[in-house]
Write a protein that binds this ligand. Structure first.
Ligand SMILES: Nc1ncnc2c1ncn2[C@@H]1O[C@H](COP(=O)(O)OP(=O)(O)OP(=O)(O)O)[C@@H](O)[C@H]1O
Length: 258
């Protein structure tokens, strides 16, 4: 569980995060959404420790990030997996070398142990016949699977994903979303996803944090986001006619079930 308490962050006198508090629970897919410039990336980078909050605290299962010694901080770093926007794979390495990288960097595992673990996660993310291929030789969807495999290879407690669906067709995007959610549930990971993708919001939003101008303007889950009348959320999430129609139909179904 990650508990965020009243974090504030400014750059050159401009406040970007204005006192955000929320809890990202273990075993859940937590989504950060909001318009461009609302502070999502700054929030993710602050959670990751790339930015230090000006005030407020971030607690990783009771460990307040700004109070940790450098050794404890390094240890926490090994408990975090990251799926970057655009996958960020090493072009010159094969799929299996990409996935093995965190184990070589952060553990003392033997070559045989690394091979076993790499094959295990390759199976888990359904990467078939790709071990010896380079990223340029596989599809965007497969590259995402490699990125997810690399992020989970060291059994992270926390998984951060920055726009994991960017550049994918809608069908592949849903498959990747579902894979992230399954892994989150299966391994009990605290997953935080920065996203623009409204399909993700409706499909895997177990806890959604909506930022507006650096303020947490709404939070809830994918069912609640359909029912909410919060104007900012409605305006942002249902910005297209299609999504407005989907919302209307889903609200009707919800009302009929009551
Ligand atoms: N390192 C920085 N120095 C100064 N200002 C920054 C820095 N990083 C972000 N900002 C500012 O903080 C605000 C929020 O930016 P952020 O990148 O978090 O938005 P975002 O919600 O992730 O947008 P997008 O969806 O377009 O990626 C913007 O006004 C941006 O210019």
């Amino acid at each position: 569980m990650i508990e965020v308490k009243n974090i504030q962050k400014s750059f050159d006198g401009t406040q970007v995060l204005k006192g955000i508090s929320t809890t990202f629970e273990t075993g859940k897919t937590n989504l950060i959404i909001g318009q461009s410039g609302s502070g999502k990336t700054v929030m993710l980078k602050t959670l990751l420790g790339i930015h230090t909050p000006d005030s407020g605290t971030i607690s990783f299962d009771g460990r307040i990030s700004t109070n940790l010694t450098s050794t404890e901080r390094r240890e926490l770093r090994t408990e975090i997996g990251m799926v970057f926007q655009g996958s960020a794979l090493f072009d010159s390495m094969t799929v299996e070398e990409n996935i093995a990288f965190p184990l070589k960097m952060f553990t003392n595992k033997s070559d045989a142990e690394i091979t076993d673990r790499v094959n295990e996660v390759i199976d888990r993310v359904n990467l078939i016949n790709a071990n010896k291929k380079k990223p340029s030789e596989i599809s965007g969807g497969m590259q995402k699977r490699v990125a997810i495999a690399r992020a989970i290879v060291n059994n992270p407690k926390y998984l951060f994903c920055d726009e994991p669906n960017s550049g994918l067709d809608p069908k592949t995007a849903i498959v990747i979303d579902n894979l992230i959610q399954e892994i989150t549930h299966e391994y009990g990971i605290t997953t935080v996803i920065n996203t623009h993708d409204m399909n993700s919001v409706l499909e895997i939003g177990e806890h959604i944090v909506f930022l507006k101008n650096g303020v947490l303007a709404w939070s809830g889950n994918h069912k609640e986001i359909i029912q909410t009348d919060n104007e900012d959320v409605v305006d942002f999430v249902y910005s297209s006619e299609l999504f407005r129609m989907v919302r209307q139909a889903m609200r009707q179904i919800g009302n009929e079930k009551k």
